[in-house]
Design a protein around this ligand. Structure first.
Ligand code: ASN
Ligand code: ZN
Length: 332
């Protein structure tokens, strides 16, 4: 019997998982036939082309460490699979473009490369191996972040500079958090941190914090007139903060063993609407209202429109969404 398979993957960050594969005994491929044909390739240190498709004789992939090149492939394939399933099951979107077509992933890009990226040109995600080639940037949240750049490009197409660039970055962080919570993987439970698994700072701290973005030393907690002039990975801060506040509300809170304490710029408390509602509102706003030049004020308008459509104008949820914007100094 040849066809759609469920392989076993020993990942680096997410424990033992199942991944969609194809083939038959003695000759399996890391091709996820049930999710648009998504393929995972081994660049093996290269920086162009696709390298080689991961293959395996027994459909058991990776050993949970970097000593097996397939391990990073497992994490990347698993992240892409979760993100596919999240968009399909939660938002009714099948594939990045909504057309059922899978993208592809490339791992082991370059040497000790400490980044990952989406490219619209190849319609693919690429992952470096991190410092000392020891921490591939293939955690669930990073994969979901990169894949979401594809969704943004296919929808609002937020220009990657100025305030729209910050909103583009925030969209990737927001959906990454949503995917991670939705996945509910015991080895990598959901949080409002970005990149907590890949130890990018070498001291165990995450790359970004959504409850209080300024904890990274560079991101902004609230909108200000110069926001559009800073790097998009820092001007994302206020929108990430909006998502945290809209989801969970202000004040101290512990979720899955992580402590959060989210301040508001206006000093007024915010009541959360729950992250599922906040994610639905953001997705609807992104795909139906935001455009390439949408700024923070436009994002507020778009989410309030979405909240009105989903929950009613002037509903409690609608008002809480507005309060979360006021808490990051957008609107009042
Ligand atoms: N990993 C980064 C990102 O997705 C790459 C970049 O700066 N574009 O934002
Ligand atoms: Zn990004």
């Amino acid at each position: 019997f040849q066809g759609i398979k469920e392989g076993i993957g020993n990942s680096q960050y997410s424990g033992r998982v199942t991944i969609g594969t194809s083939g038959s005994s003695g000759n399996y491929q890391m091709t996820d036939t049930s999710r648009g044909g998504h393929k995972t390739y081994n660049l093996n240190g290269g920086s162009s082309g696709t390298g080689t498709l991961f293959t395996d004789a027994d459909d058991v992939w990776g050993n949970g460490t970097t000593s097996d090149k397939a391990t990073a492939g497992v994490d990347a394939a698993y992240g892409a699979q979760l993100t596919w399933d999240y968009y399909k099951n939660v938002h009714g979107r099948t594939g990045i473009r909504g057309d059922g077509q899978g993208a592809y992933s490339r791992v082991h890009y370059g040497n000790a490369y400490v980044n990952a990226f989406w490219s619209d040109d190849c319609f693919c995600m690429t992952y470096g191996d991190g410092q000392n080639n020891a921490k591939p940037l293939t955690s669930i949240d990073v994969a979901a972040h990169e894949m979401t750049h594809g969704v943004t490009a296919a929808t609002a197409n937020l220009t990657y500079s100025g305030e729209s660039g910050g909103l583009n970055e925030a969209t990737s962080d927001i959906m990454a958090a949503a995917v991670e919570f939705w996945a509910n993987n015991p080895s990598d439970p959901g949080d409002y941190l970005v990149g907590e698994k890949i130890d990018i700072n070498g001291n165990g701290t995450p790359l970004r914090y959504m409850d209080k973005p300024s904890k990274d030393g560079r991101s902004k907690d609230a909108w200000y007139s110069g926001l559009g002039g800073i790097d998009v990975h820092y001007s994302s801060g206020p929108a990430n903060h909006w998502f945290y506040l809209a989801s969970e509300g202000s004040g101290p809170k512990d979720i899955n063993g992580v402590h959060y304490d989210s301040p508001t710029s206006d000093g007024q408390p915010v009541t959360g609407i729950g992250r599922d509602n906040a994610a639905k509102i953001w997705f609807k706003a992104l795909t139906q209202r935001m455009q390439s030049n949408t700024n923070y004020t436009g994002a507020r308008d778009a989410t309030l429109w979405a909240a009105g459509e989903l929950f009613g104008v002037g509903s409690e949820t609608y008002n809480n969404v507005a309060n979360a914007w006021a808490a990051i100094n957008v609107g009042s």
